[in-house]
Design a protein around this ligand. Structure first.
Ligand code: ATP
Ligand code: MG
Length: 153
């Protein structure tokens, strides 16, 4: 199944892209879901699908499977299953890079001023937000949470 099949290649002459973002459990606990979504929307991205879910440990492990050999994998998947998260599909011109730029570096101490992680994150692990890092990972991650009928905008 191609989760991009319903996406027009171009809108107003610009190349559209979809990406997956997650407000992680720390972002939900800090009550800044709206703040994160507002920053995405203000940058011109649109929310094409959104839901709140509580990941089981196994579901978090599946999502971050690329990191399974990393020393922080256990701690990361425990954190990601520690409370509800908000998962969303965002669509727009250069959406993948746009979201990554708005998020800032993985380590909030190294993130640029004005980025979500610099403004709100407590640590390299509890860093508020996730964003897909490439078209292939976006396709996998969108399909992990949403079926084609759920991507409606
Ligand atoms: P994400 O994939 O969540 O968008 P990212 O692409 O900036 O973040 P990755 O290298 O993919 O960073 O790491 C995935 C997640 O694992 C990070 O967002 C963070 O929560 C956690 N993480 C990364 N590096 C470390 C580390 N050294 N120690 C603890 N946790 C880490
Ligand atoms: Mg990543």
């Amino acid at each position: 199944m191609d989760f991009f099949s319903s996406l027009p290649k171009k809108e107003n002459g610009r190349k559209m892209e979809r990406t997956l973002s997650i407000v992680k459990p720390d972002g939900v606990r800090k009550n800044i879901v709206g703040e994160v979504v507002k920053r995405f929307e203000k940058s011109g991205l649109r929310v094409s699908a959104v839901k709140m879910v509580s990941l089981t440990r196994k579901e978090a492990e599946g999502f971050y499977a690329v990191h399974r050999a990393r020393p922080f994998f256990g701690s990361l998947t425990e954190f990601m299953s520690s409370g509800p998260v908000v998962v969303m599909v965002l669509t727009g011109d250069g959406a993948i890079k746009k979201v990554r730029d708005l998020m800032g570096a993985t380590d909030p101490g190294k993130a640029d001023p004005g980025t979500i992680r610099r403004d709100f994150a407590d640590s390299i692990e509890s860093n508020i937000v996730h964003g897909s890092d490439a078209p292939e990972t976006a396709a996998f991650e969108i399909g992990y949470f949403f079926n084609a009928l759920e991507i409606v905008n």
